[in-house]
Design a protein around this ligand. Structure first.
Ligand SMILES: Cc1ncc(COP(=O)(O)O)c(C=O)c1O
Ligand SMILES: N[C@@H](CCCC[NH3+])C(=O)O
Length: 415
């Protein structure tokens, strides 16, 4: 993240003083860097340039329309998991033919909408889902292009809550059932088999599990071809990790090189679904210290952002670096950075060494992915504003929610 301190000890993000952003837009506030988004997307595009590759950004990581539009203008497609995400993508101007639809529970209405607009491909996660899609497509007189999402039973070595490619996980079709389900799909009148797909987990810091999964998929591609079922594309999913603390995820170029070496000589289009790797380090959460409270055993910095704004620490004990926006010469003290929500799991960071006082601003780094999209209104807390820094200018890309918005749908119905 492009964070530097100026001569006066003020923290600048992409050249803009974070204190000024807080002054203008209040806190808590998500702050994103357009420059970072462009750079990371270009790194993916360039790394895979030698091969026919469609980069379908997994918009569950950050679904702000302005971010989607920025990535779509750079050539990205998207991976969606709901009708809501489909409508977001279309509203942002993502071309339908660059949309892939994952998710274990696609409803009939979601299938109809995706068929109407003509998405690139459905990633089918079970045989019942395949049967339903064939029926829905038949009723519309359409043909649905599909991949089967295979669960390759590969250990992604990540947090158990975000591992998705093990046989105990709910995702995908068991590897051992794949050929039978493909045969069934190929015989369906309103299904066109075009690809194969997997997604083994998130925040992977090693290429080996990706390559294991890829090898298992390629073996299936060859077995299917021998039976006359020739696939056009292979979707390797997302999952490439980022650095939050001291992780050393592979560089995109190294990941690409390893993957492309396996695909050399094949005419398979490659589809990728990166989420976190594109946006995670493109954003921070700006928050203000409301109180410093010395408890009996611990010292707390109580800030105005909570687990409803950034849920990752509460849900996964995830570690996000927290830095003061203004430098103080006083000695740092050990504090737990906690939010205002009435839960003991409401923390953003524990046992941090910080020199801060009441009223100071803190930046919670690497919050661009699974921050705002996982936020909630718990404790009737309006969601934070989102702003984008682009070329030294800052603009609001999502207004701060108001309590009036939150209660409107109930207020109308008061007896
Ligand atoms: C099907 C699918 N594709 C892509 C992603 C994006 O993952 P990541 O943000 O780790 O790249 C996810 C989330 O884990 C997913 O479930
Ligand atoms: N929400 C998770 C990632 C899971 C991705 C969804 N399959 C996180 O914050 O790390």
């Amino acid at each position: 993240m492009n964070l530097v301190s100026d001569g006066a000890g003020r923290l600048l993000y992409d050249g803009v003083a974070l204190a000024e952003i807080a002054e203008r837009f209040d806190t808590p506030c998500y702050v994103y860097s357009a420059e970072h988004l462009r750079t990371t997307f270009a790194a993916f595009r360039d790394a895979f340039a030698g091969h026919d590759t469609l980069i379908c950004y997994a918009l569950k990581a950050n679904s702000n329309l302005s971010i989607l539009r920025l990535l779509a203008e750079l050539g990205a497609g998207v991976d969606i998991v709901s009708g809501g995400e489909l409508q977001r993508a279309l509203a942002a101007g993502v071309p339908a033919e660059r949309i892939v639809f994952s998710g274990v529970a696609k409803s009939e209405a979601e299938m109809r909408l995706a068929l109407e607009v003509g998405i690139h491909c459905f990633n089918i996660e079970s045989e019942p889902e395949l049967i339903r899609l064939n029926r829905v497509a038949a009723a519309m007189g359409r043909t649905a292009a599909i991949s089967l999402r295979i669960n390759p039973d590969v250990d992604a070595h990540t947090h158990p809550y975000i591992s998705t490619g093990l046989k105990d996980n709910k995702f995908g079709i068991a590897h051992g059932d794949a050929l039978a389900v493909y045969r069934r799909a190929a015989a369906m009148a309103n299904i066109q088999v075009v690809g194969i797909d997997c997604h083994i987990g998130s925040q992977l810091t090693d290429t080996a599990p990706f390559l294991d999964a890829l090898d298992r998929l390629l073996a299936l591609v060859d077995q299917l071809a021998a039976e006359g079922i020739v696939l056009r594309h292979l979707d390797l999913g997302g999952g490439l990790g980022i650095r939050y603390a001291d992780e050393t995820p592979p560089a995109v170029a190294d990941y690409a090189q390893a993957v492309l070496a396996r695909l050399a000589g094949r005419s398979l289009q490659l589809v990728l679904e990166p989420g976190r790797a594109l946006v995670g380090n493109a954003g921070l959460l700006l928050t203000r210290v409301e109180y410093i409270k010395q408890g009996e055993t611990r010292r707390f910095a109580i800030v105005d952002a909570g687990m409803n704004d950034l849920m990752r620490p509460a849900l996964y004990q995830a570690w996000h670096e927290i830095v003061p926006v203004r430098h103080r010469d006083t000695p740092p003290q050990t504090v737990d950075v906690v939010g205002p929500v009435c839960e003991s799991s409401d923390f953003l960071g524990r046992e941090r060494e910080l020199a801060i006082e009441e009223g100071d601003l803190l930046a919670v780094l690497s919050s661009g992915a699974y921050g705002m999209t996982m936020s909630s209104n718990y404790n009737t807390r309006p969601r934070a504003a989102e702003v984008l820094i682009d070329g030294g200018q800052v603009r609001v890309i999502r207004r701060r929610e108001t309590v009036a918005q939150l209660i409107a749908d109930e207020q109308e119905l008061l007896g």
